[in-house]
Write a new protein. Structure first.
Length: 202
């Protein structure tokens, strides 16, 4: 199974996107396990960037209405949102998968001399599974509650290295986790942009 796809030089003007990200206000996430902070400021280029990402994995358009509905329900979005994580945060990997989601795109916006780490993909040892789609919903929840924070329950099977203006796209139903944060301020910390989306079935 291919864990991820990589596309370098995604944005034509990545420093403009980074400049906007640096101007955003940030707070703890209301509904995700992200150990860092998430942006509270909508980005006007979200839909255009999402359409570009979706074309890399499908001939169909992403479900924009679902993204809007989820943002309204949770009070924050996971599409076009910026995320930061500092040194000392995210030291304990938390493998997880999106049960109802489908795709995740991650774009690195930390500058080249700062950026490091990435996204790691896992096999759950006891069940020999690599995706939430191999489990019923109840079994998946039990697995995450029991083994989510246990290093010895998981075998790393792949890693997508983060890069400046690099897009990493993967099936978010795979077990995955972040590597730890870095930097001590917004200018040199781990800065990412996330695009969670679904392609409607036809």
């Amino acid at each position: 199974m291919q864990q991820f796809l990589i596309f370098d030089d995604f944005y034509r003007e990545p420093l403009d996107v980074r400049k906007f990200a640096l101007s955003c206000s940030y707070d703890k996430s209301k509904h995700t396990p992200w150990p860092g902070l998430v942006s509270q400021t909508p980005w006007s280029g979200t839909r255009e960037a999402l359409e570009k990402i979706a074309r890399l994995v499908s001939t169909e358009s992403p479900d924009w209405q679902l993204i809007v509905d989820q943002h309204n329900f949770w009070g924050e979005g996971t599409c076009g949102q910026f995320r930061v994580m500092y040194d000392g945060q995210g030291l304990q990997p938390r493998p997880h998968a999106h049960f109802d989601g489908q795709w995740t795109g991650l774009i690195g916006l930390s500058l080249p001399h700062d950026v490091r780490g990435g996204t790691v993909f896992y096999r759950h040892r006891r069940t020999n599974t690599v995706s939430s789609q191999q489990l019923e919903r109840g079994l998946y929840r039990d697995l995450i509650e029991r083994d989510g924070g246990k290093d010895d329950a998981w075998e790393p099977i792949g890693k997508a290295e983060t890069g400046f203006n690099r897009l990493v796209v993967f099936d978010s139903r795979q077990f995955h986790s972040f590597t730890s944060g870095f930097g001590h301020c917004l200018d040199n910390c781990r800065l990412m942009q996330i695009f969670d989306f679904t392609i409607p079935a036809h």
